[in-house]
Design a binder for this molecule. Structure first.
Ligand code: ACO
Length: 403
């Protein structure tokens, strides 16, 4: 094993490391990233193989339990999830209570956080059986909530899950099933969604996973910890980037701006503008997920007969970036979000649902990170230090003496 005892015990000196660029907050056996080589593996298995061969729930099992399931284990796991997709009726009122224009990501965060009020009997982080049930509840109910958030925003009646369908088929039907009551998801679309969720399933100690672990380190329950992760993911520098990419592409298209002119603005840092969907804290090479996403985009658009000029625009921006010193020197490449939005649009999702889809994908990773943290005897409450830069001691000044 890795002997980190002496390091752990170091006290006194404080390391100033904004953004934790060089600070390992934990050891972890879940996900391996080599940012220079563009490698991503879940529990040792390359992301390319999992995207090709696996299912979302199989990957969830792998991430959480550490091994690929046998067929019996997978069957049990799937059935424990699928039979929990229904939401308590009172959730309908909760969802109905939000303003029509509420952002679905915020609605979902509130919904996940509310799970801890409905299941107060199974919140003990140290009871394996309770954690197992909470895990199944999260994987099952989050897609239902996401579909509800979408429907409420569009004024559509809420539908009940059909548990004969797979989790992803069910999610698509719950989202798009009305007014087209007999909605049957295209198998190419189902497989594409499955792959996209797998690609998003974990990414080690990113902002949201760290948020989940930090909140969980205070022994908060799983639902509460995950809702913190959803909050972190909503930011445009993190999961919100997939929606920001689409807004950027819409903006360039609608203004009729030449993509090369837009890239000049990015390089000149005009108004702090960035090429959204580009760059990554860890990948300083092509994001391996982005390659797979690009192939899925081609497949889905062809299948659905969708022509989207934003795909060509995105490819043009990438082409300019790969030939430009500014991006080459800073090692900025497309990340997972650069092409996902184009696929989601083709399937029918509005832009504000993109980050919600990311959250569904990331659910297994957050659960795996939280579970690993809870089981790790080395876990301590997360409590960073600071370097104080304020004033030295001074006395309180009475109101009448203040200038
Ligand atoms: N467009 C233009 N310039 C960029 C971009 C970008 N997308 N990303 C980084 N840069 C530049 C910075 O301006 C900086 O240049 P400088 O040295 O001249 O000041 C340099 O590259 C380094 O950038 P940092 O912000 O220091 O890099 P960091 O690792 O902190 O940021 C981040 C990573 C936040 C992802 C950044 O690349 C970014 O903002 N990208 C756009 C948003 C995005 O796509 N986020 C999704 C990330 S992936 C995910 O969450 C799934």
């Amino acid at each position: 094993g890795l002997d980190i005892g002496p390091l752990r015990r170091t006290t006194g000196d404080v390391t100033y490391d904004p953004g934790f660029m060089n600070t390992a907050s934990t050891t972890s056996a879940i996900t391996y990233i080599d940012g220079d080589e563009g490698i991503l593996r879940y529990r040792g298995i390359p992301i390319e193989q999992l995207a090709e061969k696996s299912s979302y729930l199989e990957v969830a099992y792998l991430l959480i339990h550490g091994e690929l399931p046998t067929s019996g284990q997978l069957e049990n796991f799937e059935s424990s999830v699928l039979r929990r997709t229904l939401l308590d009726e009172r959730f309908k009122r909760l969802f109905d209570g939000f303003p029509r224009d509420a952002h679905p990501m915020r609605v979902m965060q509130a919904g996940v956080s509310a799970l801890s009020t409905f299941y107060q009997d199974s919140l003990d982080p140290y009871d394996d059986e309770q954690v197992r049930i909470s895990t199944a509840r999260l994987l099952a109910k989050v897609p239902t909530m996401a579909a509800y958030a979408h429907r409420v925003a569009h004024g559509h009646a809420l539908m009940y899950p059909d548990n004969r369908l797979s989790l992803i088929e069910n999610f698509l039907r719950l989202t798009f099933g009305f007014p087209v009551e007999d909605y049957i998801a295209d198998p190419v679309v189902v497989r594409a969604m499955e792959k996209l969720l797998i690609l998003h399933a974990d990414h080690e100690q990113n902002c949201s996973a760290s948020a989940v672990r930090l909140v969980g380190s205070a022994q908060a329950d799983l639902f509460t910890s995950i809702s913190a992760g959803i909050g972190a993911l909503s930011g445009p520098a993190h999961g919100g980037a997939n929606a920001a990419v689409m807004t950027m592409l819409d903006g360039i298209r609608d203004s009729g701006m030449d993509p090369a002119d837009f890239m000049e603005k990015v390089k000149n840092k005009e108004k702090g503008i960035r090429l959204m969907g580009f760059g990554h804290r860890v990948y300083k090479n092509y994001d391996p997920r982005a390659k797979i996403v690009k192939a899925i985009a081609d497949e889905v658009l062809e299948r659905l007969g969708v022509h989207d000029e934003r795909l060509e625009l995105a490819m043009r921006l990438e082409e300019i970036a790969l030939a430009d010193d500014y991006f080459v020197e800073r090692r900025l490449y497309p990340n997972v979000d650069f092409y996902t939005g184009i696929i989601y649009k083709a399937i029918g999702f509005p832009t504000d649902m993109f980050t919600v889809l990311f959250a569904i994908g990331r659910m297994p990773g957050w659960i795996a990170q939280w579970t690993e943290m809870i089981k790790d005897p080395a876990t301590k409450i997360g409590r960073p230090r600071q370097i104080y830069t304020g004033l030295p001691k001074r006395d309180y000044v009475e109101m009448h003496q203040r200038t």
